[in-house]
Design a protein around this ligand. Sequence first.
Ligand SMILES: Cc1cc2nc3c(=O)[nH]c(=O)nc-3n(C[C@H](O)[C@H](O)[C@H](O)COP(=O)(O)O)c2cc1C
Length: 314
Amino acid sequence: MELCGVPLRGPVLNGSGTFDAIAARRAFGDALLERFPFHAFVSKTITVAPREGNPPPRLWETPAGLINSIGLPNKGLEGFLASDLPELAELPVPLIVSVMGFSRDELATLVEAVAQRPEVAMIELNVSCPNVETGLVMGADPAETARALERVRPLSERPLIVKLTPNASEPEAVAAAAQEAGADAVSLINTLKGMALDPDGRGHWLGGGSGGVSGAAVRAIALQQVYAVAARVTIPVIGMGGIESGRHALDFLSAGATAVAVGTESFRDPGAGRRIAAELAALEARGVADRDAAPPPEVGMTQTGDSPPTFFRR
Ligand SMILES: Cc1cc2nc3c(=O)[nH]c(=O)nc-3n(C[C@H](O)[C@H](O)[C@H](O)COP(=O)(O)O)c2cc1C
C-alpha cells in the first residue's frame, strides 16, 4: 500500500509520543529493527526551542486508558536534527516527523528545516496547541488551521499530515479546511482533555494540572470522528484512539481510515503494533475468504428501503 505516495508495507503506524524508538533500540538492540512494530514511524512532537516538559507526575492510569501531562519535552529543532534524526533514520520504515509551533512563524521554521532532510518521508503538524498570537488552539478552528497550512505548504515538498484535535466543536470542518489549504492527509484523534485528583486530597494529581485522555476510553469517540472526517475529505485519514487489537484497527479502516496508529496500547505491550498488524491481516484474509464463500443472492430478493449504514474501505 501507499500513503501520500510513500510506499508502506502495511497500515499500522504509532501515535506520536507513545513509542520511544531510540530508547527501544538501546534496550532491544538490532532485534528492534528486525521485528519493528510499525509500518511507518512517527516521531515525538518537536518544537523550535528545547522543552523540559511538565513536572511529575505525568501519567494517571484510568480504568480504561491513561491521562498524560507530559508537556512535550524535547531537544528542540537543532538538537533533534543533530542527534535524534540520524538514529531515527536507521529505522527500517519511513519516518514521519511531528512538529508543533506556538506561532505560524515557528511552524514555518520547523517545516522548512525538517522538509530539507532526505531522511524524512512526511511531516505531521500537531496543531493541538494555542497560537500565542491569537490565543486560539490552531487545530480547534478551521480558519486558524487553514492559515497555518497556507503558511507552511509552500515550504515543503514532503507530504503534510495535519493531526486533528478531538477538542474541536467540529473536527470534520477543520479537516476540510486543512484539505482545502493543501494538507495531504489528516490524522486523528489526539487526546481529549481530562484531569485526575490526588487520592489523598492534595488537588491535581498531574504536575501539569490537567492532561490528555487516551486509550480504550476514547475509542468510540475516535471511531465516530474518523467516520465523520473520512466522509468529509478525499485525502487519506489516519485513524487512532484506543486501538488495542486487529479488530479495533479493522473498525477504523471500515469507518474510512486508510491507515491506523497505535498509541497507549504500546505502553502495555511494546510489540502491540506488530501483533495488531498480524491480527488485522488475519481478519482481512478471513473476510476475503468469507466473501468468496458467500452464496449468491436469492433470485427475486427485493431491496428494502432500510439499508444498513454504508462503511467503506479506501
Ligand atoms: C504519553 C503520551 C504522549 C503523547 N505525546 C504526543 C505527542 O508528542 N504528539 C502528538 O501529536 N500526540 C501525542 N500523544 C497522542 C497520541 O499520539 C494519540 O493521538 C492518542 O493517544 C490517541 O491514541 P491512543 O488512544 O491509541 O493512545 C501522546 C499520547 C500519550 C498517551
